[in-house]
Write a protein that binds this ligand. Structure first.
Ligand code: GH3
Ligand code: MG
Ligand code: MG
Ligand code: MG
Length: 313
């Protein structure tokens, strides 16, 4: 009883201000043939609180790069056998939409090599001998750039929850996991009721405030593992990992019962807001992300049809 109380308490107070991306430490991948330097730089970076994945074998490093999706890649191009630039070239060829800053280290700290590195897409070039302190600061800058990029690409500006683009990425990942590990999940599509009336009565700025408050409320009331996305206008999606249909309906209904009692005060008037939700449990990996959303949308339609302010599964 006391454990579950602590968990309840923790999730309501502490987790709501923490974005998933803040919980994870930055991951730096380093490729370098010189093992003593590799160890030196790895230790320096770990002292900064970053995770470091280091390897001296270019082929292994490449496959690790795709598996781990690091936040920064450091390549020492001074290989005795291989052409270090080829590593950068191969990575650039496979570059999907992800942005990963790449830092080149080399003994050849000359104009020609630097230009070649930048032309091939390097974000920074550090000549040897390496000053550890300067190295740390320069990597830190790259990690900051990566963080800012991820935030701007994945987060909805108004509500600060994840955006639609990240929903589809995440959904694809969940569907792959389902195929591999059989881990079912549920998806909920939430749509605020009569939202147009709020805009019409109080103006769009107040409408925006309600959307922000709703997103904050969802983040505060859901479990840390549930992820909130803004799907569009006044529609939100929640992904509930390892949650069956009935559990998901119960969770979303509990949120609804609490949310609709909140009183918004504006222009001397008081109003309440409710939402309708469609819940769908995903246990068939053959469904694509579009179909998955369609199923949740059908359920939402039912909830609206049956009179709104309710959850339909
Ligand atoms: P119901 O869902 O219950 O059927 O009614 P509704 O009035 O919520 O539905 P409808 O889809 O007709 O209207 C949604 C409104 O949401 C229309 C649009 O102007 C408003 N809206 C969409 N995005 C935003 C936004 O970012 N800010 C504000 N203030 N309003 C928005
Ligand atoms: Mg809508
Ligand atoms: Mg509508
Ligand atoms: Mg609506």
């Amino acid at each position: 009883v006391s454990l579950s109380y602590q968990y309840e308490h923790f999730k309501e107070t502490d987790l709501k201000k923490v974005e998933p991306s803040d919980i994870e430490l930055p991951l730096v991948q380093m490729i370098c043939e010189d093992v003593s330097m590799l160890i030196l730089l790895k230790e320096a970076m770990e002292e900064n609180g970053w995770m470091v994945m280091a390897s001296s074998d270019p082929e292994k490093a490449l496959s690790l790069y795709y598996d781990l999706q690091p936040d920064c890649l450091v390549i020492d191009i001074d290989f005795t056998e291989a052409d270090g630039f080829q590593i950068l070239e191969k990575i650039q060829q496979h570059n999907h939409k992800q942005f990963v800053p790449k830092v080149i280290l080399s003994n050849e700290n000359n104009r020609h090599t630097r230009i070649r590195a930048y032309e091939m897409g390097a974000d920074d070039f550090i000549g040897k001998p390496i000053d550890i302190e300067e190295f740390s600061v320069r990597i830190k800058r790259q990690l900051e750039r990566k963080h800012i990029f991820d935030q701007s690409v994945l987060i909805d500006e108004l509500t600060k929850v994840y955006n639609r683009r990240f929903l589809f990425d995440t959904l694809e990942r969940y569907l792959k996991d389902l195929e591999r590990t059989n881990s079912v999940f549920s998806i909920a599509l939430l749509d605020l009721d009569y939202f147009k009336n709020i805009n019409d009565s109080y103006g769009h700025l107040i409408g925006d405030k309600v959307l922000e408050a709703f997103a904050d409320f969802l983040k505060a009331k859901l479990r840390g593992s549930d992820i909130v996305f803004r799907y569009g206008g006044e529609e939100f999606v929640i992904l509930l990992p390892r949650t069956n249909s009935q559990e998901a309906i119960d969770v979303i209904d509990r949120v609804l019962q609490e949310f609709k009692t909140i009183q918004f005060h504006e222009q001397g008037k008081t109003f309440n807001v409710s939402f309708s939700a469609g819940v769908f449990m995903v246990d068939n990996p053959a469904l694509g992300s579009q179909d998955t959303l369609k199923m949740a949308d059908h359920a939402l339609y039912e909830a609206k049809e049956k009179g709104r302010s309710r959850v339909h599964g």
